[in-house]
Design a protein around this ligand. Structure first.
Ligand SMILES: Cc1ncc(C[n+]2csc(CCOP(=O)(O)OP(=O)(O)O)c2C)c(N)n1
Ligand code: SF4
Ligand SMILES: [Mg+2]
Length: 340
């Protein structure tokens, strides 16, 4: 029987990772599956990928996909700076960072803020369960006001909407989805792979052990009942024949830098993900109604990336000989003299 391979000749097995040690049914496992599918379908070479994370159950998940890729499990909340260093050293890599709502919204919020405004080319996924799963379920900064833990504790602080924050900070691709949905996260991840800049995906991912029960606003049941999709998303990679069939006036196509296209069948009149102010307004309006707005909230395909802004040479620094990357003794001497 012929072995199934993708467009670069690799088998699905190559995209898998180690066996998960997360709880059975954890939303994070479903997200790992979507990542495996997206990287396989897009024909990304795992040897050219760096997986990064912080600390948490979510941050353990890079061990469960793309087993042959580079990996760096950083300190809690500090993955963005490690990712920035990695991409400065080798901008030819594809970077994917996995964080949690605690890792991003609490200890890592300062790093998150600057990552979003810098537009570093990285896919940044928040596996958002509204709690600190790894340390037994305490509320995180994305837990909704009034949501209840299994222990009966009620959250009395308002949440941070990471998507609204990211849009305000200047992020260029901001989406929200749900781990229980197969189609939407896949399309968003493929589009994120084709995006040039930071692609931020907040994926609601219920913690079945500490925060998936009646009363939790991050439970499967709550999100299923309160999810409102902004649009039906299809992703057309640049290497596919583009066959377009859509009713005029109901679909918006957004062209990404590599020629891939995001096709959004609008469920509501006039939603344009390129309108930044509208994106923030829609996210905040959904929050007020207790709804979870899913889909591509905002995209800007024309902004320069952090690497463009720094004017890096095309050849990765990591591959350059020491004579090129290290200043000469004379150059250092000149600096010392200028400081005297
Ligand atoms: C510097 C530091 N502070 C605190 C901790 C304890 N700690 C480990 S994971 C975690 C929170 C994880 O929550 P989240 O990022 O939401 O991941 P989840 O486990 O929910 O997927 C905390 C507070 C730590 N490991 N390091
Ligand atoms: S404790 Fe929660 S977040 Fe952690 S693996 Fe279990 S279900 Fe997932
Ligand atoms: Mg969490």
């Amino acid at each position: 029987m012929a072995v199934r391979v993708n467009r670069i000749g690799l088998e699905p097995q190559v995209y898998k990772g180690g066996k998960t040690t997360l709880c059975a049914g954890c939303g994070h496992n479903a997200i790992s599956e979507r990542i495996i599918d997206a990287f396989y379908d897009m024909g990304v070479d795992p040897r050219r990928v760096i997986k990064l994370s912080g600390i948490g159950c979510s941050s353990k998940s890079p061990a469960y996909f793309l087993g042959g890729s580079h990996g760096f499990n950083a300190v809690h909340g500090r993955m963005p700076s490690v990712g920035t260093g990695a991409m400065l050293a080798n901008q030819k890599l594809t970077a994917i960072g996995i964080s949690g709502d605690g890792d991003t919204g609490a200890i890592g919020i300062g790093q998150f803020v600057h990552l979003m405004r810098r537009n570093l080319p990285i896919i940044y996924i928040i596996e958002d369960n509204g709690c600190y799963g790894l340390t037994k379920g305490q509320f995180s900064p994305t837990a909704d006001l009034g949501s209840k833990l299994k222990t009966g504790v009620i959250n009395d602080l308002p949440p941070i909407d990471t998507c609204a924050l990211a849009v305000e900070l200047g992020a260029t691709f901001v989406a929200r989805s749900f781990s229980g949905d197969k189609r939407q996260p896949s399309a968003l991840m493929k589009a994120a792979l084709a995006h040039r800049g930071t692609a931020m995906l907040d994926v609601i991912s219920p913690c079945v052990t500490f925060n998936d029960h009646e009363g939790s606003t991050k439970s499967f049941a709550y999100v299923k009942d309160h999810a409102e999709a902004l649009e039906e998303i299809s992703f057309v990679p640049a290497f596919d024949d583009i066959v377009v069939e859509y009713a005029p006036g109901t679909t918006l196509e957004v062209k990404l830098h590599d020629g891939s296209r995001l096709r959004l069948s609008k469920l509501e009149e006039g939603y344009d993900p390129r309108d930044r102010a509208r994106a923030v307004a829609r996210l905040l309006a959904a929050d007020e109604k207790g709804e979870v707005l899913t889909g591509l909230c905002y995209v800007n395909t024309g902004a320069p990336t952090f690497l463009d802004a720094l004017g890096l040479a095309d050849a990765p620094l990591a591959t350059q000989p020491e004579e090129v990357v290290r200043p000469s003794r004379a150059a250092l001497q000149e600096i010392m003299v200028s400081l005297a």
